[in-house]
Design a protein around this ligand. Structure first.
Ligand code: PLP
Length: 235
């Protein structure tokens, strides 16, 4: 029934494999996050059965419903929260979150510090601005990111794992690549100023329509929704 999901996953992986050779990257260093917002439970089940481990959700309530639905039936599944999170929702973050990719303020970090319910530290990415002229204005500036980074590094409940960025909706390929190269450069600089113990940062950049460019520019985590699952039910 959902055969196309297997087919899409295989095609994307084959494509990434070929690009990783072309750009001299390690295929095994590249993670695909299957973005399952507004997608049916059944599709998540199907992707999981074909070996997909990492899934991304934007909305806390929808994510909670999915966690409740699957209970512990999909062991080892990693849930990534990739959508903007309001401060008053910090209390819903639990150990079921594998990574919060959309951390974008010290205020939110403080709220997580206060209200989050975890046994182990919550892995987070700082959502860094890709294009300061982008209308959506998503992500924070380098200066803000420095302050947030320093806060996270001292936190007892949050662990710093890298950066996430959302590219502009519309941009010519060459412009897009310029933005992505700077994003990766800025992220690495911010990372290298920390006591990172030679660990490499997660660099989460690229979606269905631009993951090839993102990969070329140095991304190691691609967040792919519609190219795996097809069109979403809402939006
Ligand atoms: C929805 C979404 C994606 C996936 O978008 P597609 O175009 O369906 O691949 C990736 N990242 C974020 C932050 C999203 O909100």
């Amino acid at each position: 029934m959902n055969n196309y999901i297997e087919c899409n996953l295989n095609n994307i992986k084959k494509n990434i494999y070929e690009l990783s050779i072309k750009y001299k990257r390690n295929f095994s260093d590249i993670t695909i996050v299957a973005v399952s917002k507004y997608q049916e439970y059944e599709k998540i089940n199907t992707a999981y059965s074909y070996g997909q481990i990492d899934f991304g959700e934007n909305y806390i309530q929808e994510w909670q419903e999915k966690v409740n639905f699957f209970q512990d039936n999909l062991p080892n599944l990693n849930w990534h929260i990739i959508g903007n999170l309001q401060k008053n929702k910090a209390k819903y973050l639990t150990d079921k979150v594998y990574c919060l990719q959309s951390l974008d303020s010290v205020e939110l970090a403080k709220e997580i510090e206060k209200k989050g319910k975890f046994e182990k530290k919550l892995k987070v990415l700082i959502q860094l601005q890709v294009d300061k002229n982008d209308q959506n204005k998503s992500g924070i500036s380098i200066e803000q990111a420095q302050i947030l980074r320093d806060y996270i590094c001292k936190s007892s409940k949050i662990s710093f794992a890298g950066f996430m960025g959302i590219g502009p909706l519309n941009a010519e390929t060459s412009k897009r690549k310029d933005l992505y190269y700077s994003f990766i450069q800025n992220a690495k600089t911010l990372w290298n100023e920390t006591d990172s113990n030679n660990l490499q940062p997660i660099l989460s950049l690229g979606m269905s329509s631009d993951y090839e460019e993102a990969l070329e520019c140095g991304s190691n985590m691609l967040r792919i929704g519609t190219a795996i699952f097809g069109a979403r039910n809402k939006l």
